[in-house]
Design a protein around this ligand. Structure first.
Ligand SMILES: *Cc1c(COP(=O)(O)O)cnc(C)c1O
Length: 387
């Protein structure tokens, strides 16, 4: 075996499974519209749930931030990269969420990796919902702790695992709103269980924050819990990028000592932090945007209930249409594309085998006629599929 052979064989396997991934060049923004080459598509694949990535208030904040601070921080937060704006935003986030502290990370992926690898030691265990995001499961798998996965959204399954006597520390892990299925976790029950068993709970609310709960505070707020570790990401409803963890004082200080992704990585540009502060204000005052999104979701679900695909249990902006095998899923996505609709096919290993799907995401930037067009095209496809 050589490096070349290994690489060639791995690629060949991906091709055979119709699972080869490519990136497609987008010429413009990624909210309601997406442009590829000369063609413009209605975009149903973006996580920009409130349309904030194109919001003039955020764009102005980025511009004036760059003018004031330049475009880079020159180092990690432990050296020169902790600006007044970083501190202010961390305090705003902590206040908004009702936690003592917030720490900024460059991305949700980095935050999850950093937290899990810093917290977990040999002899500990992670009990994770089976459908948790790759950034969580991979970090847990790489850590010296034991990783066990419990049946998706089944507190009983977690309870059984917790009931086994265990001498190390236990961290339970779940998402607020699941990224590929769009359903919400039973957070109140999960947190009751972890509290009763001396374990900690980490909730990754990448898809809930900004969208769910009063002022968009997220899934945990909506369900009345404060998990010991709450991860928020800013690449979705915040329309930007980055992440934060909300926790108590001692845990924040601990992460500042031991989270390698903070210590050995350049902090996010101050201009970006200014943008995130503007996004936070938009989200706090964003009831009209959330209402518009909710109306779009309701419109889609009412229409999709008539189709032969089977509607998923999701009431969130993520509305998957589960097709099953890879080939027909790709064909469907291709057909929609030929009609000017951009919907990404999601295949294993991102989702379980045999559950390839169209991951449709709705946003506040969509117009009712966009939803109708999507439904019309899907209706045409469902005839094709059953033929
Ligand atoms: C998108 C996502 C992440 C990764 O966040 P980035 O900021 O994009 O790196 C982590 N967890 C979940 C559940 C996500 O959906």
């Amino acid at each position: 075996m050589s490096w070349q052979t290994r690489i060639h064989e791995a690629l060949e396997l991906r091709h055979q499974a119709a699972a080869f991934r490519v990136r497609e060049v987008n010429e413009g923004g990624s909210t309601r519209w997406l442009t590829q080459g000369q063609r413009r598509y209605l975009n149903f694949s973006s996580n920009d749930y409130l349309g904030l990535s194109q919001d003039p208030r955020l764009i102005r904040a980025w511009q004036s931030g760059a003018q004031r601070y330049g475009v880079g921080t020159g180092g990690s937060g432990h050296v020169t990269g902790y600006n007044r704006e970083h501190q202010t935003f961390e305090q705003l986030l902590a206040e908004w969420q009702g936690y003592p502290r917030a720490l900024l990370f460059i991305s949700g992926f980095a935050a999850n990796q950093a937290i899990l690898t810093a917290m977990l030691q040999g002899g500990d265990r992670v009990l994770a919902d089976k459908l948790s995001h790759a950034s969580l499961l991979e970090a847990a798998a790489q850590s010296p702790a034991i990783l066990r996965r419990f049946t998706h959204n089944q507190p009983d399954a977690l309870a059984k695992m917790l009931a086994r006597s265990f001498s190390g520390e236990t961290l339970a892990v779940t998402e607020g709103v699941f990224s590929m299925d769009g359903d919400g976790a039973p957070l109140t029950e999960l947190h009751q269980l972890t509290q009763a068993n001396n374990a900690w709970l980490l909730v990754d609310d990448a898809h809930g924050v900004g969208v769910v709960g009063e002022q968009g505070r997220g899934s945990c707020w909506a369900q009345g819990i404060k998990p010991e570790l709450l991860v928020l990401t800013f690449g979705k409803a915040f329309g930007c990028s980055g992440a934060a963890v909300l926790c108590d004082d001692a845990t924040a200080d601990y992460l500042l000592q031991f989270a390698r992704h903070l210590i050995y990585s350049t902090s996010m540009p101050a201009a970006q932090v200014c943008t995130l502060q503007a996004a936070l204000r938009c989200i706090q005052q964003g009831d009209a945007l959330r209402d518009k999104l909710a109306a779009n979701i309701a419109r889609f679900r009412t229409g999709a209930a008539q189709l032969s695909f089977g509607l998923s249990a999701s009431s969130s902006a993520i509305q998957p249409l589960i097709v099953g095998e890879n080939q027909p899923t790709l064909a469907l996505a291709q057909h929609l594309r030929s009609q000017g609709l951009w919907v990404t096919a999601i295949r294993p290993p991102t989702v379980p085998k045999g559950s390839a799907r169209l991951r449709i995401t709705l946003t506040a930037a969509h117009q009712p006629e966009d939803i109708d067009l999507l439904l019309e095209s899907l209706n045409g496809c469902s005839y094709r599929i059953s033929e």
